[in-house]
Write a protein that binds this ligand. Structure first.
Ligand SMILES: NC(=O)c1ccc[n+]([C@@H]2O[C@H](COP(=O)([O-])OP(=O)(O)OC[C@H]3O[C@@H](n4cnc5c(N)ncnc54)[C@H](OP(=O)(O)O)[C@@H]3O)[C@@H](O)[C@H]2O)c1
Length: 301
């Protein structure tokens, strides 16, 4: 298959591209810089120049490919609304380009906030709908494209896709602990986050592409829920700082924007994904990854 991927130079995408190539696919990746183009070429993919706002480039390459994997996202948390507008326009472009083609359209989504306080499953619908919703409300939009002869697949990643080189939420929490001298948690520390190792997430993306009729929503969840207190303890050990509950009034000043998110109890299951795709995570757990040391070597550099 010729596969067009956006975000193929990113944390998850750079693990997905080798999976696709070893499965025998021809991979074409969107690259917004020469650095990203070089990384794609080095991985064995072809690079096409363009930004995620270059809708003509998206349209042309989606139409010329057998499948699309859309992972690019503007991670500008200070301007999340604009990122959502971009995401919506990109998704509308992909849907128009693939209309009636029967081709798979895989796209990044998340398991967070599907059903706070209980274990979310693949059957829970995204609460984010409409153009002004977070991430442009693209999950329901894209899943609705099945009615237009497209095979949409929501790749719902855990809030932490961890591993050596991670610069996502776990790395942010490590940086906060080092900077403040305290590995904090909120409330009684019982709120849970699901997690997945990057290698398992990448393997799942390739499996979902290979079996587009098996599941339209997949949960990249290796661990259902790790209590915040256990994450804080592992971070405290690695960073060599004390662990403490942060008073509700100080959560924002201690953690910044990630504080409210860290306190969410958002466990998620991947039982249906495992059954439908035969996916079995094998990578290190989040606490094993934190114990391995790489999060702290990098933060110390
Ligand atoms: N990592 C997680 O824990 C996690 C959890 C839940 C959901 N997700 C979602 O999964 C997807 C992949 O995440 P990630 O962790 O791999 O993100 P990442 O490491 O930040 O990579 C983002 C990718 O998007 C590309 N990109 C960003 N802005 C772009 C633009 N304006 N034009 C073209 N390309 C652009 C980047 O290109 P450059 O390489 O050129 O910068 C990079 O390839 C995202 O949609 C993310 O929100 C991730």
């Amino acid at each position: 298959m010729r596969v067009f991927i956006t975000g193929g130079s990113g944390w998850i995408g750079s693990a997905v591209v080798p999976e696709l190539i070893s499965a025998g696919h021809e991979v074409v990746g969107l690259a917004r810089s020469e650095r990203s183009a070089a990384a794609l070429r080095e991985a064995g993919a072809e690079a096409v120049a363009g930004d995620i706002d270059s809708l003509d480039v998206l349209r042309e390459n989606a139409a010329a490919s057998d499948a699309v994997i859309h992972l690019a996202f503007k991670h500008d948390f200070d301007n999340f609304a604009a990122a959502g507008t971009t995401e919506r326009a990109a998704m509308e472009t992909f849907i128009d380009a693939l209309d009636g083609s029967g081709k798979p359209l895989l796209f990044a989504s998340g398991v967070a906030l599907l059903a706070p306080g209980r274990v979310a499953t693949e059957n829970d619908a995204s609460p984010f709908s409409g153009p002004t919703a977070p991430r442009g409300g693209v999950e329901p939009l894209a899943l609705g494209s099945a009615e237009r002869g497209i095979k949409p697949i929501a790749l719902r990643f855990s809030p932490t896709v961890h591993g050596d080189g991670d610069h996502g939420f776990t790395a942010v929490l490590v940086d906060i602990a080092r900077r403040t001298g305290v590995a904090g948690y909120t409330g009684d520390g019982s709120s849970r986050w699901p997690a997945v190792h990057r290698s398992d997430a990448a393997r799942l993306v390739a499996l979902a592409l290979a079996n587009p009729d098996a599941a339209s929503v997949v949960h990249a969840v290796g661990e259902e829920g790790i209590p915040a207190r256990e994450m804080a303890e592992a971070i405290g050990r690695g960073a060599g700082v004390p662990v403490a509950a942060i008073d509700a009034a100080d959560v924002e000043s201690h953690f910044g924007w990630i504080g409210a998110f860290f306190g969410l109890d958002i466990p998620a299951s991947s039982a249906l994904t495992r059954a439908r795709l035969g996916w079995e995570p094998t990578g290190p757990t989040l606490l094993e990854d934190l114990a391995a040391g790489h999060y702290f070597e990098r933060a110390a550099a």
